[in-house]
Structure formats: C-alpha cells, structure tokens
Design a protein around this ligand. Structure first.
Ligand SMILES: [Zn+2]
Length: 147
C-alpha cells in the first residue's frame, strides 16, 4: 500500500454515509465478490450500480459472484510503473460468469499468465475509509495448476 495508490484510488468514500455501494466493499473485505441485479429487467451489472443502466430502476438486489474467473485478456506494464507499485503491473479483463471485470493481477508471475487461465479473487488493501475501516479493491491472483 502506498500514498500514491491512495491518490489514484477511484472511490475513496466507501462507507454507508457516502455511497449505497457499501455492501460491495464490505463483501470484498470478507474476500467475497458481489454485484447488483435488476429484478425489473433481470440484468446483472458490472460494476455494481445504484441505478439500473437499462431501466433506471433504483431498487436493485445484491447477488453473489463466484470467486474464480478466467483471464479473457491481459497486458503487462513493465515501464513507467508508478512508485509504490510492484513491477511489472499486470492488468487483465477477467471473465466471471460472463461479466468482464477490468482488474489487476496480484501475487502472479507475468510469465505464467495466459489467456484462459484460472484466477481467484484476491482483494487488495488500498487504505482506510473515514470511519477507520480498511478498504479493498477487487484484484485477482493466478490459480496454480497444482493448487
Ligand atoms: Zn433494470
């Protein structure tokens, strides 16, 4: 974790005082992945929403997603990596039940990543919310073949 990481954190206010997406972040803290589902149009969203982008319904349900997915695409950033990040960075689009999750792969050797390989949810700590709770963003790690 670094100050730089916190500075580019896209959504630092995750407590229920600041967002209706708090259940998503609380689940991440427990190593679980949630997203929203619109009962009106039977659409599952990614990323989780506060309003359905299809029908504008504001009453959405929380649904569990599996903690494993497959790498749909990836890229490795070896130069220009900001201070505080491991080098290289591995960015990936991970398929989880058909949802495309843009994320970063952590605890993973770049040479072992291939399209179609299995990854597991491995949330990364990025700081603390104003209430003092540690916060996480969704990242994934490669599942070793013999694991
Ligand atoms: Zn809808």
């Amino acid at each position: 974790m670094s100050e730089y990481f916190r500075a580019i954190d896209p959504f630092p206010l995750q407590s229920s005082k600041n967002t209706r997406l708090t259940p998503f972040y609380e689940a991440l803290r427990s190593q679980k992945l949630l997203t929203t589902f619109c009962p009106r149009c039977a659409l599952r969203h990614w990323p989780p929403r506060v309003v359905c982008p299809e029908c504008l319904a504001a009453r959405l349900d929380w649904v569990d997603l599996p903690s494993r997915g497959t790498v749909h695409a990836y890229t490795i950033q070896d130069t220009g990596v900001p201070p505080g990040f491991p080098r290289p960075l591995i960015f990936a689009v991970v398929l989880v039940e058909g949802l495309r999750i843009f994320t970063r792969l952590v605890e993973t050797e770049p040479t072992q990543v291939e399209r179609g390989c299995t990854v597991r949810l491995c949330p990364s700590a990025v700081g603390w919310d104003p209430e003092g709770d540690e916060r996480y963003v969704p990242t994934f790690a490669l599942v070793q073949e013999n694991a």
